[in-house]
Design a binder for this molecule. Structure first.
Ligand code: GLC
Length: 524
């Protein structure tokens, strides 16, 4: 497997730092806590950890509002703690990826404080400032993704500034070469600190229309949907010039050897794959989020896998994501039984899988009482399903009450459910054991890591496909339905089933029975 880069062979695990492990009793996770749990991740069998933002921040958007790109928020620890965390991860054979948030800073970042101080401040043009529209009011109709106009009036200097998210998150002006240089320095700062790559926040939003034209209305908008769906984002997203920025980020990383550039990009596949660039000069992996809101039906998933595989350019390495801190958890989307099937799917598809913390124990979305809501997305547009607290609840380590071993203090969000690492640890039929077995199998079978994916098909509720590599042929069958089903197969041996006790059993030539919610991997 040596010709592949580590990020092609490996499995990425996302940590949401506020919720992983608290070490000082303040109810919020921190670096020392994360470090103490690294052996757990090594044992789980993942290869890289991506850590959501840990930079100094007023936490208006829980760290996605950065006030200093080159430091650590005291809530999480210090630069020395980060170094310890990275060293420990590296010592255990895991890579460390940081979240890079270049689209916007915090309104408390010194750059913005300078920029807003006067119209002729040298950093004025580092952000997007505009005069009011001729008749007064915001310069154009652009909407914030958190609801309402994306323009905030600044009394002192008599202009509006643009914020794609909260008003506390002003967008930087990526057409300004000084901004580009400053952000390049940020990348270098962390690369020099031994970071192995970045997940780039909202990469497809970095550049906005130079003429600030109004976005057209969205003909498919339905009342009750978030404000932001009222428009097509023709002039605020996926502008052609963004690819030039991606190329320059990629070039900086290339100076440091094998480092990975991952882009957070919510776009349909034809636009998404452009972010790979030409001949590998773009992002290594534009995140493929299709599974996050896929209809959980074998035929749908089969079509999605085939279309993605066909669309990918020759040089492009695929990837799949099952969960993250912005979307409902897989166990809540498809149910606990199918979450096991989803685990097999994620870890047997062609391409790098990204796991979201807690999914390996089947954590479900938490229920957040109204007076405990934290997410600004929910606070600004209550009740329309934008709130992300449910998928950000504390990692459930053990049976201790009320915080499952996450903190000895008062947790910033309530614990979601009763299950825990401790409960599942020694149980061969648990979700955790399934993930461990899957990760091990993947590691030991080149066909799962670099084999071609072939014969992707759906028969009723059963999805099947094969992975081939140098004479090894693996057959994967997933029963995505709630009833037993039959699946046609060659003769072979079951290497792993979601049902404990089937491993090692023969697979007959012809029809084989798959229990409801069973998924298996067989050598055929
Ligand atoms: C990304 C992050 C999300 C954040 C937003 C603004 O989508 O994943 O959590 O709110 O960017 O930074």
């Amino acid at each position: 497997m040596s010709e592949l880069a580590w990020w092609q062979r490996g499995v990425i695990y996302q940590i949401y730092p506020r919720s992983f492990q608290d070490s000082n009793g303040d109810g919020i996770g921190d670096l020392a806590g994360m470090s103490s749990r690294l052996p757990y991740l090594a044992e789980l069998g993942v290869d890289a950890v991506w850590v959501s933002p840990i930079y100094p921040s007023p936490m208006a958007d829980f760290g996605y509002d950065v006030a200093d790109y080159c430091n650590i928020d005291p809530m999480f620890g210090t630069l020395a703690d980060f170094k310890q965390f990275a060293d420990r991860a590296h010592g255990l054979g895991m890579k460390v990826l940081l979240d890079f948030v270049p689209n916007h800073s915090s309104d408390r970042h010194p750059w913005f404080e300078e920029s807003r101080s006067s119209r002729d401040n040298p950093k004025r043009d580092w952000y997007l400032w505009r005069d009011p529209a001729p008749g007064g009011g915001p310069p154009n109709n652009w909407q914030s993704r958190m609801g309402g106009s994306a323009w905030e009036w600044d009394e002192r200097t008599g202009q509006y500034y643009y914020h794609a998210f909260l008003r506390e998150q002003p967008d930087l002006n990526w057409r300004n070469p000084q901004v580009r240089r400053a952000m390049d320095d940020v990348l270098r700062f962390w690369l020099d600190h031994g970071v192995d790559g970045f997940r780039v926040d909202v990469l497809w939003l970095l550049i906005k229309d130079a003429q600030f034209r109004d976005n057209p209305p969205n003909p498919a908008y339905e009342p009750g949907q978030p404000d932001h769906h009222r428009q097509l984002h023709t002039y605020t997203e996926d502008q052609p010039e963004v690819h030039d920025i991606v190329r320059s980020m990629r070039a900086t990383l290339a100076e440091y050897g094998q480092r990975v550039l991952i882009g957070e990009i919510y776009l349909p596949v034809p636009q998404l794959i452009r972010y790979y660039g030409a001949n590998g000069d773009g992002a290594d992996m534009p995140f493929n989020f299709q599974l996050l809101n896929a209809t959980w039906h074998a035929g749908e998933i089969a079509r999605m896998i085939r279309d993605y595989d066909t669309a990918l350019p020759e040089h492009a390495w695929p990837n799949w994501v099952l969960g993250n801190h912005d979307n409902p958890r897989v166990a809540s989307r498809v149910g606990l039984a199918q979450a096991r099937v989803a685990a097999v799917l994620l870890l047997t598809l062609r391409g790098t899988p990204t796991l979201y913390y807690g999914d390996e124990i089947g954590m479900t979305d938490g229920v957040i009482p109204p007076d405990q809501v934290q997410d600004p997305a929910e606070i600004r547009q209550p009740g329309i399903g934008q709130g992300r607290d449910p998928e950000r609840t504390p990692m459930q380590w053990d049976t201790s009450l009320p915080n499952a071993g996450f903190t000895t203090g008062r947790s910033w969000l309530p614990v979601a459910s009763e299950t825990s690492v401790h409960i599942q640890n020694g149980d061969p039929s648990s979700m955790l054991s399934l993930y461990r077995r899957l990760l091990k199998l993947r590691r030991n079978n080149a066909a799962l890591v670099q084999g071609a994916i072939e014969h992707v098909a759906a028969y009723g509720d059963v999805l099947t496909y094969e992975r081939h590599h140098r004479g090894q042929r693996l057959f994967i069958a997933l029963n995505m339905g709630a009833a037993d089903a039959e699946v046609e197969s060659r003769e072979g041996v079951v290497l792993l089933s979601t049902f404990a006790g089937r491993d090692g059993q023969p697979l007959r030539q012809g029809a084989n029975r798959l229990a409801a919610g069973e998924a298996l991997i067989a050598s055929v």
